[in-house]
Design a protein around this ligand. Structure first.
Ligand code: GNR
Ligand code: NI
Length: 167
């Protein structure tokens, strides 16, 4: 296993749309294992391949409190969305920034697991929020792009200032 580097907003590579995985093989399983290790090390509840600069439709999610509930989604598709819910989100690609985003309250999603078996899942609450956040990444969208233009400008200024200080 290996820890992968997470790319940070506003890196333009976060906007590359992910391609469907054509064949789930050992390379895919290695990517999934490395993504899981990277997500746990960063203490995130989800990670999209886009964030580690791999532009394939692969997600890992674990919303359990004891970090024992790894879920893998390959080529995920949302079949149904219901309701609306506003929740505070954060992103490993936008460290230190948290804001409220409106999403569907519940979703039905179908995907393949790392063995290539199809599953369909009804999700609500944090899992539903996380699935939608991760699927946005696969389409090249970061949660801050769902905020107002004013907030996006403030976030970009804050990140620039932070980078200047780090340099
Ligand atoms: O770790 C994460 N926490 C989180 C909290 C609220 C809504 C979404 C998330 S996902 C985020 C990890 C991440 O950046 N995944 O892309
Ligand atoms: Ni994210």
């Amino acid at each position: 296993m290996a820890l992968l580097d997470i790319i940070h907003y506003p890196d333009p590579r976060l906007h590359i749309p992910a391609a469907k995985v054509e064949c789930i093989d050992d390379a895919t399983r290695k990517l999934v294992a490395d993504m899981a290790e990277t997500m746990y090390a960063a203490e995130g509840i989800g990670l999209a391949a886009t964030q580690v600069n791999v532009h394939q439709q692969v997600l890992v999610i674990d919303v359990s409190s004891d970090r024992s509930g790894l879920r893998v989604f390959i080529n995920p598709e949302i079949l149904r969305c219901e309701g609306a819910s506003v929740n505070q989100e954060g992103c490993l690609s936008v460290p230190g920034i948290y804001d409220n985003v409106e999403r569907a309250e519940s979703v039905t999603v179908t995907a393949l697991d790392e063995k290539g078996s199809r599953f369909t899942l009804n999700a609500s609450g944090l899992l539903a929020t996380c699935i939608q956040h991760e699927m946005d990444h696969l389409q090249g969208k970061v949660f801050v792009e769902r905020l107002s233009e004013l907030k996006q400008n403030r976030i970009r200024a804050k990140l620039k200032k932070r980078q200047r200080k780090a340099a």
